[in-house]
Design a protein around this ligand. Structure first.
Ligand code: ATP
Length: 496
């Protein structure tokens, strides 16, 4: 009995002393010193007794030491863990931003997430440091990876790489996509926003809603997919990983809509480059170098932006309406030219410089209403690899629009509409406008009848235009013949 009492007294005194010693140690010995002592002790124990524990633990802090900037690895791992269906990270929290599709891993302190890679089980947990040990302004948080020491090599050489790569890809996919525009020179000089400013890219266009020939649409999608998968191929053939698309066609045929559909399909950002506000070639080059990968750089209405037609071939136009349009375009171009010193060769250099010098995976798109106005050098293959003609609305495109706007796939009027669309040239924008219900009473029938009426009016206008043209031609020919006769008579008079 006496012995039991003595053992109990001895044990409790020892325990109390140890606890007292431990609390004094934690309270008075600085964290850095404790850390050092514990590490050294572990090192010696490992040396004398072999590995003390079979488990290895790697820490990934939220903030890096230098200037306490956020660590990329920490974010990538969080993205990766958020995507694990096996993880206990089921309590996912949507990010505040409406546009972001990302879900953020929401773990409690010391809560674990188990992952299995190549049959090996690893455990991730979140640790939050005691307040006393935290850095001045940031919360000391880190993710720890624990695994069996037997798999150390595979984990450190393959698994961590895999986690970081996947995490990066998830971040890229989930990021809020942006529509950038180059700032005017005044903004730029005052350094308010740098060279580009951005807004969230929210255009809803997709290839499904794009009205155009179905085969053409499929070809474009296949081409885009091939491009995105072409990293190794481009490297193999020693070509920069870029592709140029030229979209041409009359106004309202969907060139801008196509760009949005491409961006949504590829999940790329869009840089809308306004050439007229670019001061000179050097500034243009810097702007292009400032763009990131996985993006589409767009120059819309390139024929109107600047005088980029140094060797343009002049075409004789009979149609006076066309002449007037071209005259207006020329005026626009001359006005733009006054504000900018960007030249055709500057643009060509910037584009080629872009592909060779900047980040990979970039698409450049030019749009124009007048493809003949462009210098052949600007649109040659290799620079503009894929030329896409956006044409007037025909029956196939109409069916897509009817589905989009009326959720309608057949109607008695479809036959008549199909015939009329073969006879007149109207843009998908015009067709869409007629198909759009203007009030709650407007049903599919009313909208389709409105379209038929508008197409018939267009057909009438076309007939009148053709009659006018014919008359003008006949008058021109008659004038020429009279002139010829007058000239002949004068010649004869001279001879006499
Ligand atoms: N092919 C199309 N498919 C679906 N919608 C279209 C199409 N073409 C035009 N639209 C509709 O018409 C509107 C104008 O089209 P968009 O701006 O894409 O034409 P654009 O060819 O770029 O015209 P512009 O040459 O005048 O810039 C779009 O907002 C869209 O609603």
């Amino acid at each position: 009995m006496l012995e039991v009492g003595a053992i109990w007294a001895f044990t409790s005194t020892t325990m109390a002393s140890l606890m007292f010693f431990w609390s004094m140690y934690k309270q008075f010995v600085p964290y850095q010193v404790r850390n050092y002592l514990e590490k050294t002790l572990k090192k010696y124990l490992d040396k004398f007794f072999g590995t003390t524990s079979n488990f290895v633990c790697i820490k990934f802090p939220e903030y890096t030491g230098e200037g306490l900037s956020k660590s990329r690895a920490y974010d990538d791992i969080r993205n990766y863990l958020s995507s694990r269906s096996t993880a206990r990270a089921k309590r996912l929290k949507a990010k505040e931003s409406i546009n972001s599709k990302s879900l953020v891993l929401c773990l409690d302190d010391k809560e674990a997430v188990v992952d299995v890679f190549q049959g090996v089980k690893v455990v991730w947990s979140l640790f939050v440091e005691d307040k006393e040990n935290q850095s001045v302004s940031k919360v000391g948080r880190y993710l720890t990876l624990s695994f069996d020491n037997h798999h150390r090599e595979m984990i450190t050489e393959t698994y961590i790489d895999h986690v970081l790569r996947e995490g990066k890809e998830i971040a890229l996919k989930n990021r809020e996509r942006k529509l950038y525009t180059n700032n005017s020179r005044l903004d730029y000089i005052s350094m308010r926003d740098g060279r580009w400013s951005s807004v969230p890219f929210t255009h809803p266009a997709t290839f499904e809603t794009l009205a155009m020939d179905l085969d053409k649409k499929e070809d474009i999608k296949k081409d885009l997919i091939k491009f995105t998968k072409g990293k190794d191929y481009y490297r193999k053939v020693a070509k920069p990983w870029k592709r140029g698309y030229l979209l041409y066609g009359p106004p309202g045929t969907g060139k801008s809509t196509m760009i949005s559909a491409m961006a949504n399909f590829l999940e790329y950002d869009v840089y809308d480059l306004e050439l007229t506000t670019v001061k000179d070639n050097a500034e243009l080059k810097k702007l292009i170098l400032d763009t990131k990968g996985k993006s589409i750089v767009v120059i819309e209405d390139i024929d109107c932006s600047l005088d980029l037609t140094e060797h343009r071939k002049k075409k004789k136009e009979d149609d006076e309406d066309e002449e007037e349009k071209k005259e207006a375009e020329n005026l626009k171009r001359q006005r733009a030219q006054k504000e900018s010193n960007v030249t055709l060769s500057g643009l060509l250099n910037a584009i080629d410089g872009l592909w060779s010098a900047c980040s990979d995976e970039k698409i450049i798109v030019f749009t124009t209403n007048f493809v003949d106005n462009l210098d052949p050098a600007l649109i040659r293959r290799g620079r503009m690899d894929y030329h896409i003609e956006m044409s007037y609305c025909r029956f196939e495109a109409f069916k897509v629009l009817a589905k989009n706007y009326l959720e309608n796939e057949s109607h008695d009027l479809y036959g008549e509409i199909g015939r009329l669309l073969e006879e007149v040239d109207v843009s998908p924008a015009d067709v869409a406008e007629n198909l759009m219900p203007k009030s709650d009473e407007d049903d599919a029938d009313i909208c389709l009848r409105r379209l038929v009426k508008s197409l018939e009016e267009e057909k009438k206008k076309k007939a009148e235009r053709e009659a006018r043209m014919k008359k003008k031609k006949a008058e021109k020919k008659e004038k020429k013949e009279i002139q010829k006769k007058v000239n002949g008579a004068e010649e004869n008079g001279k001879k006499i």
